[in-house]
Structures are given as structure tokens and as C-alpha cells.
Design a protein around this ligand. Structure first.
Ligand code: SF4
Length: 368
């Protein structure tokens, strides 16, 4: 990562610490910035009279705010870097520190992908007929990322990005419009702070008028989630390298085949561990209890297991047939091969028990 080109914006934090006269502050930084954390702690301590504790456990999102343990250590303020505020209350005063990257890639490498994707969206729109599917056809649609699409009324280009590149979106919208695209910067629900923002667990800005996407960011974590969620084609433009590519629908279909296999595999399972995430923004207790009831209604048994971190070494040994994950949805989607037993989402359990139909295509496990 080119750190000189990132703006870590610590000044506002130092001002807040000084005006509050805070004495003990916790700093939480994403995994990719942990190497620079000690330098940041120096800057904060040099600029104020506070002492800084690094919350050194892994942190992958604003869902994972440090809370009561830090309070019991006497921490007065949590400084959380690199993610934006969510619709959760950790119970601790928290200062969110934005990180922006100044890279401004050329649009040109993305245009051929965008033109092709717009044509796909148009042909889908022309051929959408709302037909009823039989069970086999519905299963086929479930497996087919190209065939399954959230309801479509238009072919607009949805412009989204990861948080450190969101400042580019207004300018990119203009550039894309000049290039002949009709552009929408989607505005999502309460879990998202900014227009065009996406999270690994929330793509709520998607609308039927959007037919395809451009994602400004690096890596395929968000693109995989967005295509799983919508079935819509997606172009990626990486502000770090200037390279453009597309999210391969074959790749998403492979994931869907894997999900299909796991749903079939739990059909005969009798006992389930139901995972509840303890992190403030991942805790879906009511959903977990609903899954337990559902299992009971179908003559199966569910055990509620609460964890802060979730990993194979922490759950594989329980004598159950399968696990249902209500914590971060991406644990089941991205990591299931690491687990010895099937690890499925609540929606997938409902399909396995016959409560949901294949008909509507795959439903991504979104945290609203
Ligand atoms: S994808 Fe997972 S880690 Fe990321 S914000 Fe959502 S719940 Fe948190």
C-alpha cells in the first residue's frame, strides 16, 4: 500500500482529545494499517496529553467497535480508523477517522467493460417476462449468476466504491455521463454512511433501475458480494494501479454451486450449532433464536453459540452436523471451505428446510 498517498486525518482526533481532556484513548485500525499504528500512537500522544492503547485484536469493519473491555480498562474515547459510522451503538464515545487515497485513475480502461455490461443489462430488460418456473428450472436459475437478477426496470450504471475512494464518485459521475452513460450513485440504508458506499454485508443501495455497476476500489471482496446480491455485471477500476477488469460471472457461479452443495448437504443434518457474533455490529440474536425455533419446528436441534471471533479451530470440534452463521455473513460465504462441517447462512437453512423457494434465485445474507 502506498501510504504516502493516504490521508489519515488525525488532527481532528487530537483536537477532540484536547477539548475533552481525555487521558486514555483506544486506537483501532484496520489490519492493513497495523504496521503504521505505532507511528499514529506517537502522533496522538505528541499532540495531546492522552495515553493511547492500541486495540490490537483483528478488526475488519465498523461492526467491530471495541467497547466494554476498553471501558473497564479506563478508556474514555475510542478512535476508530478507516471505516465509517454504522447504525450501532457500542456504548463507548467513538471518533471515526476517515482515510482517503489520492489516486485518480483514468476512466478509459473501464469503458469497454461498461459498454458490454450495459448491453447485457439492455438484453435482460428486453427479455424479462416474469414467467413462473418449475422446481428444476428454479434450481437452475439459483445456480446461474447470469440468469438471476434482482428486479430490473432500467440499465443505469450504478457507481460505487470502497470508503477511501468515495470522494472520487462525483467527478467520475460527470466523466461517465460525458462518455454517454446514465449514472446513479446509489444511496443505501442506515448501515451505510455515504452515497455510493458498499460494505461486505450491505448493498442496500441497489435499485431496479440499475442494470450494471462500476466499483472503484481494489480486491474482489465487495465485487463478489455485490454480484452475489444483485446478479448484475460489474466492472472494477482500481485506483491503486489504474487497472480495470470485470467480476467474472463464472466465479460467482462457482460460489453459487458451492452454496447449492452446502444446502443439499445439510438436508439430513439433525443437529446444528447456531453462531451468534458478539461484535456490536454483527450481533443478530433474534435471527439466531428464530433459526433455533425453525429447526425445532422441523424436528432438528439447534445450539446457540456466542463468539467474538469465529474460526474453524473454535467450532469444528462440537458434536453437531452443521453450523448456521448469524455473525458476519462473509464468514459463511468466503471461508466455508476452511470448516470441516457445512457452514451456511440463515437463508440457506430456510431453503434447506423448504421454508424458502429456489424460485427467487440466491438471496445474499444482508445485515440491514
Ligand atoms: S462484511 Fe462483516 S466485517 Fe465487514 S462490516 Fe459487514 S459484518 Fe462487519
Amino acid at each position: 500500500m502506498d501510504l504516502d498517498r493516504h490521508d489519515f486525518q488525525l488532527d481532528e482526533l487530537v483536537e477532540r482529545i484536547k477539548s475533552n481532556d481525555n487521558r486514555l484513548v483506544a486506537l483501532q485500525v484496520p489490519e492493513g494499517l497495523k504496521m503504521q499504528a505505532l507511528e499514529m500512537m506517537d502522533s496522538i500522544e505528541d499532540g495531546s496529553s492522552a495515553k493511547v492503547i492500541l486495540a490490537a485484536d483483528p478488526c475488519y469493519g465498523a461492526c467491530d467497535l471495541v467497547h466494554d473491555k476498553m471501558r473497564s480498562m479506563g478508556v474514555e474515547l475510542v478512535a476508530h480508523m478507516g471505516h465509517s459510522q454504522m447504525n450501532i451503538d457500542s456504548g463507548m464515545p467513538t471518533h471515526f477517522i476517515p482515510v482517503t487515497y489520492d489516486g485518480d485513475p483514468e476512466l478509459a480502461p473501464a469503458v469497454p467493460f461498461l459498454e458490454r455490461h450495459r448491453a447485457i443489462a439492455q438484453s435482460r430488460l428486453d427479455s424479462s417476462d416474469g414467467e413462473e418456473l418449475d422446481e428444476d428450472a428454479a434450481k437452475q436459475r439459483f445456480l446461474d449468476a447470469v440468469g438471476r437478477v434482482a428486479p430490473l426496470t432500467g440499465t443505469k450504471l450504478g457507481l460505487v466504491g470502497s470508503i477511501q475512494h468515495l470522494h472520487l464518485l462525483p467527478d467520475f459521475k460527470e466523466r461517465l455521463e460525458k462518455a454517454g452513460f446514465e449514472v446513479e450513485i446509489p444511496v443505501g440504508g442506515d448501515r451505510l454512511t455515504f452515497p455510493g458506499q458498499v460494505l461486505g454485508c450491505n448493498y442496500s443501495g441497489d435499485t431496479p433501475s440499475i442494470g450494471h455497476y462500476l466499483f472503484l476500489g481494489s480486491g474482489d471482496f465487495h465485487p463478489i458480494g455485490l454480484v452475489l446480491h444483485t446478479g448484475k455485471p460489474l466492472t472494477m477500476l482500481d485506483p491503486y494501479t489504474g487497472d480495470s477488469t470485470e467480476m467474472s460471472l463464472e466465479r460467482v457461479e462457482r460460489i453459487l454451486r458451492q452454496r447449492f452443495g452446502l444446502i443439499m448437504a445439510v438436508g439430513d443434518a439433525k443437529t446444528f450449532g447456531i453462531l451468534i457474533g458478539e461484535k456490536p455490529g454483527q450481533m443478530r440474536r433474534n435471527l439466531a433464536i428464530r433459526m433455533k425455533r425453525l429447526l425445532e419446528e422441523h424436528g432438528r436441534k439447534g445450539y446457540l453459540l456466542a463468539l467474538d471471533h469465529i474460526g474453524p479451530e473454535l467450532i469444528d470440534f462440537y458434536p453437531v452436523d452443521a453450523f448456521v452463521n448469524t455473525a458476519c455473513p462473509r464468514i459463511a460465504i468466503d471461508d466455508s471451505v476452511k470448516y470441516a462441517k457445512p457452514l451456511i447462512t440463515p437463508y440457506e437453512l430456510e431453503v434447506a428446510l423448504g421454508e424458502k423457494e429456489w424460485q427467487s434465485g440466491y438471496q445474499f445474507d444482508e445485515i440491514p
